[in-house]
Structures are given as C-alpha cells and as structure tokens.
Design a protein around this ligand. Structure first.
Ligand code: SAM
Ligand code: SF4
Ligand code: F3S
Length: 459
C-alpha cells in the first residue's frame, strides 16, 4: 500500500500568501489526514513540515527562507526524522534551486502537484538521507489535469469555506509573477462546483467564498454560476478576485438581486493613472474603472468597495501618483491593500528603470496610507449605532472574553462574550451586534437578542 509507512506520522502546514494558498493548504491537510497522518501541535515538532509559499513580493521570499532554515538545528521529531517540504508558488518557481536559499529542504512541489503529494512524501520518507542531501525530490509538473478532481480538504473552519472555481491567470499584468507560477487559466466545470457547494451546505457551511485569480472570466459564465451558488441557500456568499475589465452587468445584476451575496466587492485598481495602467497591462483606463464603479453604485447603492494599489511602479511620476490619490477619493474606497512595487524576476516590469528614488516611493506610500486610513475610518463610522449581522469566527487572541467576527462588508467586529456563555455558543453563528465604536480597522459593539432585526442592506 502506498500510504502504509506514512500512517501515524505527524505533520504541520504553514501557509503564506493569498486565499488560493489557504485553500490549497486545507487540501494538503485533507489529503494527509485521509492517509492516516496526524496534525502535530507545532511545525517544530512535526515529522513532516510543509510550507505553502508565496512569491508575489520580495518580502515573502525572505520570510520563507528564514523560517525553513530555522528548522535545521532543532532536535529530530518523534519519528527520528524530519521531512521538510516546500509547496506553493515558490516551490513552482524555484524547483531544485530552492536549495540555494534553504539547504534543508527534502522535497519541493508546485501549484499543480497536490494530486501527487502522497507519492512525493512517500518517496521522500523512503529515500536515504544521503541521497536527499545532494538533491531534493521535485514535482513541479504542470499537467492541467486536476481541475475537476474531487477536492479532499479539511477546512480550518466548519462554518466558512473556500471554493476554488478556477486556477491560474491569463492576464500577465507586467509586474506580476502569478501567471508564471499558477499556470494558464483553467475553469472547473459548473456541475462539479455546484455539487461541491451542495455538500458544503449539507455539512453546515454558512459562508462560501468562490476563488480564482480573476473569477469574472470564469469560462462557463460567472453570473450564472454565482446565481446557482446563491440558490443553494448559503447565508453568505463572497468571491475574489474580480478584474475590472471583466466585471459585466450580468454579474452586478446577480449581486444586486440576491441578499445572500454580500454587498462587498474587492476590485483591484492598482493605479489611478491611465498611463501607468497601460504599462501595467491592466487593459482598462482610469475612466473605464470609474465607469464600472458608477454602474456598481447605481445597482448596489450600499456596496462596500475595496481595492489593491501599487505605489512606485517603474516610471510612476508624482503626477501619476496624484491621480492615484484622486482615484481613491473618487471611487470612495472603503478599504485598500497598499503595496510598494516589488521587482519580480521574469516579469516584463523587472527590466524597466524605476525613475523614482526609494525615499520618494516611501513618501508616496505614507501619503496613500494616510488617505486610505481616513477613508476606512469614515466608512466604519457610518455604521455607528446600527445593528449589523456578524458571523462569529473566533475568540480574540488578546482577550479571551472578546469574540471576533465579520460584518457583511467583511469588517472585523469585536463584542464581549455575554456573562454565563462560552465561545462555542457563538462560534459559527450569525448574531446581531449593535456597533458602539468605530476604528480604522475594526468595529466594536454589543450583542443583541437573537431575534433583533439586523438589515443586511446596511453597512
Ligand atoms: N488576481 C488578483 C487581482 O488581480 O486582483 C490578485 C493578485 S495578487 C495575489 C494581489 C495583489 O498583489 C495585486 O492586486 C497587486 O496589487 C499586488 N501585487 C502583485 N504583484 C506585485 C508586485 N510585483 N509588487 C507589489 N505588489 C504586487
Ligand atoms: Fe497578477 Fe494581474 Fe493575474 Fe491578478 S490579474 S494574478 S495581478 S497577472
Ligand atoms: Fe502568492 Fe501565489 Fe497567491 S504568489 S499571492 S500565493 S497565487
């Protein structure tokens, strides 16, 4: 039997990067548990230490290599041998070359290797350490065959699930490594996705998030799929990421008509300057983006709009940056993830002169962050004294008497655990919370009686 010598080994997975990696990590956990491995209490104690990696910006690379190397001098785990595996996007990018930065890696697997993970692990456990010392085992094949595989996974949360609808990306934004490490766009069949969604619902999942690098270009029609998911009856439906060039009116219509599709859209703008957007190969202008926003706001007046912005892209001038600031105001973003441009080897932009100094870029970044924070605070203040639905997810790490969840707009909400109750009375429940404090990054309030009306239509 393939798995026989893997049973009772312990494993631990550490995950970096985006939701797609988190979803893949749940899949890794599911595959290993189904083969009889047990989750360890820490990465350090695990017989099999797995890193699901990200290389979208340079910081992610540095972080990974330090963490992998830190396992080198630790005592061996219970089985007497630690197997270190690196998967995900750095695995796909670097293959065997990962050893340049992390000499203790035994096996490397790429973003399309999950169906073959057990085989790789078994080979790594059986190979003499003297062999692995010279070369790690590597599986970075891109067979394009796993698209419609049944997904075995062990979700982090029982009430909330990721649901991948497509893999890869065809957009080749000039700064971005993702198309090179995730391959070309492959859409899963709608019947496979809907069947999986029904199973999740039957298992008690309340919130489902459809995943893809650009879900709007789902090959079999995103609007139709979204309606099909809405009909299954989840309490909360989310999807990410959307690309402005593919956000068509039929998708906006489905969002506006179904109250279980959350009134929150993450729509990366990247820059407010048409000149920069063109160099980024985003395939829309400033005006195109603002017109999508206008259409959205017309159909979904209470929409919460969030975005991604890159500062310091090669050739960005002060004038271009001012246009980004005015875009943030005009589009009236509720929140934004802001990034300093990071050169990614192999992408077109990596060969372009920057033209701005690191000090100028840092200064722009600070100005952008200040503006985004002002807007986030203002957006959060709009719900003061409102009662909002909160999906309760966990206990605060800082204070065990505080519960943490998310509003329909995906804002973090804190509330005190009522006297006489335990966290498990609330985790996984959607409860009404009256908002009494609004901060830039979170809201705080008091839980209300269960039957208190909380309108999904309010922010
Ligand atoms: N496909 C999604 C999209 O286009 O919205 C997500 C792409 S990526 C996982 C998330 C964000 O990282 C991007 O929207 C972009 O803002 C940022 N990003 C990607 N490459 C970058 C780079 N080289 N430097 C800085 N930020 C980058
Ligand atoms: Fe990267 Fe652009 Fe694809 Fe998003 S759409 S993953 S930013 S190439
Ligand atoms: Fe990172 Fe790969 Fe996601 S590079 S952002 S984990 S697709």
């Amino acid at each position: 039997m393939l798995m026989s010598n893997l049973q009772h080994l312990t494993f631990s997975v550490r995950t970096f990067g985006c939701q797609m990696n988190m979803s893949d990590a749940e899949r890794v956990t599911g595959i290993l548990e189904a083969a009889g491995l047990l989750e360890a209490d820490s990465l350090e104690n695990a017989d099999v230490a797995i890193f699901m990696t990200c290389c979208v910006r340079e910081k992610a690379d540095t972080q990974l290599f330090a963490q992998v190397s830190s396992l080198k001098n630790l005592p061996a785990p219970r089985s007497g041998r630690r197997t270190v595996m690196v998967g995900g996007c750095i695995g796909q990018r670097d293959g065997e070359a990962i050893r340049t930065h992390a000499s203790n890696v035994d096996a490397v697997f790429g973003t399309q290797a999950l169906p073959r993970l057990l085989e790789l692990l078994k080979n790594a456990r059986e190979a003499p350490q003297s062999v692995l010392k010279d070369h790690p085992l590597v599986d970075v094949e891109e067979p394009y065959t796993d698209t419609n595989d049944e997904i075995i996974r062990r979700p982090e949360k029982t009430f909330s699930a990721w649901l991948p609808i497509m893999y890869g990306c065809n957009n080749f934004c000039s700064y971005c490594i993702v198309p090179y490490v995730r391959g070309r766009e492959r859409s899963r069949l709608p019947e496979v996705i809907l069947e999986e969604a029904k199973l999740l619902r039957e298992d008690g999942v309340k919130e489902v998030t459809l995943l893809g690098q650009n879900v709007n270009s789902y090959a079999y029609g995103f609007a139709e799929l979204l309606q099909g998911i809405a009909d299954i009856g989840f309490e909360r439906i989310r999807f990410t990421s959307s690309h402005p060039k593919d956000l068509t009116d039929d998708i906006i219509d489905v969002m506006s008509k179904n109250t279980n599709i959350m009134p929150h859209l993450h729509l990366a703008v990247q820059s407010g300057s048409t000149r920069v957007l063109k160099k980024m190969n985003r395939k829309y202008s400033r005006e195109d983006y603002l017109s999508v926003v206008q259409r959205l706001r017309k159909k979904i007046p209470h929409l919460c709009l969030t975005t991604d912005i890159i500062v310091g892209f090669p050739g960005e001038t002060e004038q271009d940056f001012e246009e980004t600031l005015s875009m943030v105001r005009e589009a009236d973003f509720d929140r934004a993830f802001t990034f300093i441009y990071s050169k990614r080897k192999g992408t077109p932009a990596a060969t372009w002169e920057n033209g701005s100094t690191p000090e100028e870029i840092a200064d722009r970044f600070q100005r952008l962050v200040r503006l985004v924070e002002e807007q986030s605070l203002r957006a959060n203040q709009k719900v003061l004294n409102d009662i909002v639905d909160v999906l309760v997810e966990s206990v605060s790490k800082k204070d065990p008497s505080v519960m943490v969840g998310h509003s329909p707009n995906n804002v973090t909400v804190h509330f005190d655990l009522p006297n006489g109750s335990t966290p498990n009375d609330y985790i996984g429940e959607i409860v009404p919370v009256k908002i009494e404090l609004a901060k830039t990054w979170y809201l705080r309030g008091t839980i209300q009686a269960k039957d208190t009306f909380a309108s999904r239509a309010v922010r």
